[in-house]
Design a protein around this ligand. Sequence first.
Ligand SMILES: Cc1cc2nc3c(=O)[nH]c(=O)nc-3n(C[C@H](O)[C@H](O)[C@H](O)COP(=O)(O)OP(=O)(O)OC[C@H]3O[C@@H](n4cnc5c(N)ncnc54)[C@H](O)[C@@H]3O)c2cc1C
Length: 485
Amino acid sequence: MTRTGSQYRQGLNDGRTIFINGERVGDVGSHRAFSRAVDSIAALYDLTNEPATRKHVTYPSPSTGEPVNVAYMIPRSREDLRHRREGLRVWSESTFGLMGRSPDHVAGFLAGFAAAPELFEEVNKEHADNLLKFYEWARDEDQYLTYVIVPPQIDRSKPAHKQQDPHLYAGVKEERDDGIVVAGAQMLGTAAAISDWILLSCIVPLGEGDERYANTMVVPLDSPGLKIYARRSYADAATSVFDYPLASNYDESDALVVFDEVFVPWENVFVYQSLELVRDQWWKTPSHVLGNSQAQIRLWTKLDFLVGIAKAVAEMNGSLKAPPVQSMLGELASYATQVRSLVLAQEANAKVDENGVYWPGVEEVHACSAIQIELYPRMVGMIRELCGGGLIQLPSSRDDFLNPEASADIERYIQSPGYPSRERVKLLKLAWDILGSEFAGRQLQYELFYAGAPHLVKSRVFNNYDFARSDALLDEALTRYDLDT
Ligand SMILES: Cc1cc2nc3c(=O)[nH]c(=O)nc-3n(C[C@H](O)[C@H](O)[C@H](O)COP(=O)(O)OP(=O)(O)OC[C@H]3O[C@@H](n4cnc5c(N)ncnc54)[C@H](O)[C@@H]3O)c2cc1C
């Protein structure tokens, strides 16, 4: 089945524990800090039911034959990868690529785990069965998972088990006949507050002695003891939608997730205290590449959006015909093209594994993660340069338009040919919200870190690049001459 937006919204009012600004949130769907983000996610669910988009964003469930969300697809052909990409692109366009942990992100990771059940079975058959059962249920019930897979930044010089308290990082505190008790915290729960389930695991390397942290499990948001400490809400801080159109609608929130002795029944545990499996689940299954290919399809949409903003501002300012401005726009477009090309190349270079599963090209996924760290800040900087002081020379809020004296001056001086004041201000306020506002700053931090710290992301390229091609070329060049040539 595919859920509607209102079914998704109803599921959120379950007594979950969220704190923001010193208060416990009641219904997250109607709280000012979260409600518009909930609306944006609800709109995604509605897209899976609308006739025009349904065929792109769904595929038949292998269990029931009913249409289910394409984000849960285990691709078994290049055509599946294309179908998945088109569906994910439709979803990302709905949020302009601004919501990173929409329901299609972790769904890809879960599908990747389920695509390689033998890896889990080798370690524990029961836990592997739990995983498959949960994956199929989440897919067929259109569930929204987010994840926390990085220990909190406390002391990175020490391994997990040598932190000052064994229950700072989320790990097993007690084992019972019917399940486990988890204590500690994990970061950084983007959209956790507005999702249905949190997947708790660890993607950073763990070593001997860290076994209690080497787990993968799912936890429903209403679990007793599960606490979400959301960061400041940019949506709540926005003076109006007109002033902060992107922060108002697409602030998915991020949070510290605390497990205060949360009981997790065995059926929700997929990996239990296994250093090897908690590591291999990301790299020996298509999990990481499926999850990150979704992130890159979203990024492609976002870069197209940025290019559109840059061009519109240049046009409005009358600078579009200047060759240096066209050259900057060309450079910006080339970055969007690079990401699009890497996304498409993932399909062309997909590899099929022994289970018949098509993995998006691994080299391309890692390369895209690495270059986005460089190109996203460069694009933001270039567009700020193109926009100039106009980004700042703006009325303090939309209320200035409501004051007759102020609005007369604003309408006279803040306008461009073909762009009456209200349109100019509208475009530049939107531009500021992706380039310079607090929301924009968080977007930048997200693109730098969502796939891991930059040094780790780049070392993944090193580990996956086929250096044999380069080595062979260099060897060939060196063999063609010598001292006596
Ligand atoms: C906006 C945002 C949203 C996020 N959403 C999620 C989410 O939904 N789920 C989730 O699980 N995680 C999420 N993350 C967390 C993300 O996965 C982590 O930020 C990332 O893994 C990096 O870890 P860290 O922030 O602790 O940085 P650290 O590992 O502490 O690294 C910070 C910096 O320290 C330096 N450094 C540290 N160690 C080394 C070293 N060995 N060698 C060289 N330099 C080093 C580097 O400059 C590095 O960039 C999110 C992060 C951000 C910013």
